[in-house]
Write a protein that binds this ligand. Sequence first.
Ligand code: IMP
Ligand code: MG
Length: 179
Amino acid sequence: MTTQARLGGQKLTRIVYSEETIARRVDKMGREITESYTEDDDLLVLGLLKGSFIFLADLVRSVDLPLQVDFLVAASYGSDTASSGDVRLVYDSDASLEGRAVIIVEDIVDSGNTLNRLVPLLSERGPKSLEICALLHKRIGPLVKEPRWVGFDAPEEFLVGYGLDFSENFRHLPYIASL
Ligand code: IMP
Ligand code: MG
């Protein structure tokens, strides 16, 4: 591991998903998404910031369909490593969802609080379909809707890198590591 892995005074214990492993999986997910829609679906890829920014950037480059990208920022209040049940939209997309095929892109599903709050809210906006694409899934709590595409079933550890942070650090690492 390089010096960048020791930013923030925290030590990373091991690399859980290497850059190559992630790249292969994300490319496959993009191709699966391509096969699941047609050119007429008016696809809108909605990323949940900040954690999904790198995943989404790689994912959409493997999708061979016309699509648009927009973002939401949801915040949940809690400690650094545990999310609370209180989820709030701090930035909303102004894209219309009406009649469109919408894919929510999430970095990691942990308690499921974020998705359980957002899915009903976005469903009310009248999308033709609403699916979830998550890079990592800890499979902890019950979800109002399961992700249609999951990159990896994640271990119950705190993970950082490839967009995932600990107190805003480590997002830039090209791999995913355990803190
Ligand atoms: P949930 O609402 O508990 O499902 O948590 C979702 C959000 O919590 C994710 O989008 C992440 O921003 C954050 N999160 C949950 N687990 C981890 C982790 O292991 N590392 C970094 N962030 C995490
Ligand atoms: Mg986070």
